[in-house]
Design a protein around this ligand. Sequence first.
Ligand SMILES: Cc1cc2nc3c(=O)[nH]c(=O)nc-3n(C[C@H](O)[C@H](O)[C@H](O)COP(=O)(O)OP(=O)(O)OC[C@H]3O[C@@H](n4cnc5c(N)ncnc54)[C@H](O)[C@@H]3O)c2cc1C
Length: 490
Amino acid sequence: MNIVASDTTSNTTCTVVKVAIVGAGITGLTAAHRLLRRSTSSCQFHVSLFEADSRVGGIISTRYEKNCTLEDGPDSFITFKPGGIELCQELGLEEQIITTNSRFRRAFVAWKGQLEPIPEGFNMIAPTRFDKLFASKLFSRTGKLRMAFEQFIPKGPRLTDESVASFVRRRFGKEALTRIGQPLIGGIYTADPETLSLRATVPKYLDYEQKYGSVTKGLLAEQSKTQKNQKTSHAGARYSAFVSFDKGVGVLVDTLVESIGKSNIHTNTKIKDLNYQEETRQWDLRFDSGESQKFDHVILTTPSYVSADLLKSIDPELAANLGNIEYASSAVLNLVFNREQIQHSLDGFGFVVPAKENRQIIAGSFTSVKFPNRCPENQAILRVFLGGAMQERILQNDDQTLIKIALSELNHYVKFTGAPLSTSVKRYARSMPQYKLNHHLLSDSLLTSIKRHSGLYIAGAYINGVGIPDCIASANKACEALMESLSLKK
Ligand SMILES: Cc1cc2nc3c(=O)[nH]c(=O)nc-3n(C[C@H](O)[C@H](O)[C@H](O)COP(=O)(O)OP(=O)(O)OC[C@H]3O[C@@H](n4cnc5c(N)ncnc54)[C@H](O)[C@@H]3O)c2cc1C
C-alpha cells in the first residue's frame, strides 16, 4: 500500500492499493469491477486482471454467426438469487434483461424414447399440483402415489448433509429419482446424484423437511406466503426465474469489460507462481513469461485445482483441500437447423435425459424457443449437452464423432430430416466443480484457511454455488473481505 499524495489543506492522504485478480471469468470480472467502483479520493484501487486465455469471460462465451446468437456456455441465469440482477442494475443493464418465452415455459424428460413434459407445479423433484402429477405420462401409477405420499412420510433425523439420491429416494421414491431427480438436479451440476450434496445444491429441501415435515408441504406453504405478499405489495415478481439479454449472456461480460477498462485487463497472461514478501508485505506474482510484479492484495478466481497449484508452496494443507475438489467435463454443441427440418413442435425449452434411458446425451435445449431473436424466424438453434460426471468417457471422441453422436441422439427425440445448417462443439474440460457430501463444510474451511494469509482471497464456482449469481456473490464476498482488511467496509 503506497501513500502517493498528501493534501495538507484538507489533511487527507491518498492511498494506492495495488490488487491483482487472477482469472477473468465472471468471478474475476465482477471482483475487478467492484473494487474499481470502490476507489475514493482517499483510497485508489489499482486493479490488474490477469487472464491466461486470449479472451475474457471464462466459461461464458457468446458468439454471433450468420444472424444467430450462439451460447457456447451458460444461456441464462436465475433471478431468485440476487447477485446477477443486482449487478445488472448496477451496470445499467436492467432495461436489456429479457425473460424466457412465456408461451412455452416448460421442459421435457426423455422417457422410453418420447419427450414427456415435466408436470406443471413441479419444483425440481417435488410435485405441488397433484392433478397435473396424476395426469402425467412420465410416471407409473405406483410412482405417482409414492410421490404424492411424501407429505405423510415422517421427517428423518436432522442431518448435516445427505446425497441428492438418498434424499429423493427416501422422500419421493425410487422412480422420482430415476425419472426426474437424477436427470434434473444431476444435469444442472453434471453430477452423479449418489455423491452430490443436497445441502450444497438444494438446501431448502432439507430445511423444509425439518420445518414443515415434508418438502411438498414446505413448498406449498412458501408458495402461499409469496402469493399473500404479492397481493399486499405492488412489487410483484418482475422477472421470470431465468433471464438473459437480447444479445446473450456475453452482454454481461462486455459491459463489465467496459466498466473495468481494457487497460486494466491483461489477457494471454498466465500466473505461474505466487509468493509473499515479508519485508514489503506484498505478494509477488510470477507470469508465464518469467517476469513478476508485486501487489498488496491478490484475489484468486481460478478453478480450485489451479489455485491449489499456485498455493502449494505457501500453504500445502489449503492447497491439498483445494486440489481434492473434483470437476466434471462436458461438451456443448450448437446445432442450427431450418425450422422445417425438425418434426417436433419444440413447444418447450428442452429436455433432460435420465441415465436409465441409456443414451449418450445428457440434455438438449431448444435455445431459439427459450429466448427470442436468437436466429432468423425460419431457423432453430438446438443445443446438445454431452459428458458430465456420469458419461465423461464420451469426450474421448474427436469433435466430428461428437457431432455425429449428438445428431443421432437428437434425432431419436425430435426427429429431423437432412443435415443441420451449422454445427459447433465447445469442450468444457474440468469446468464443473462437483459438490460432494459435506461440501458446505469444506467451503467454510477453505474460506477460514485463506484468512491465514494477509492480502490473499479466493472466490469462484467451487465455493458456494456454481451458477452465475453464485459466482458474482462469491466475488462480492472476497472484495468485502479485502475492504474489511483495509477498514473501508461501508
Ligand atoms: C457448459 C456449462 C453451462 C453452464 N450453464 C450455466 C447457466 O446456464 N447458468 C448459470 O448460471 N451457470 C451456468 N454454468 C456455470 C457457470 O457458467 C460457471 O460456474 C461460471 O461461469 C464460472 O465462472 P468463474 O469466473 O468462477 O470461472 P471460469 O469461467 O472458469 O473463469 C476462470 C478463468 O481463470 C482463467 N485461468 C485459469 N488459470 C489461470 C492462470 N494460471 N492465470 C490466469 N488465468 C487463469 C481461465 O482461463 C478462466 O478464464 C454453466 C457451466 C458450464 C460448464
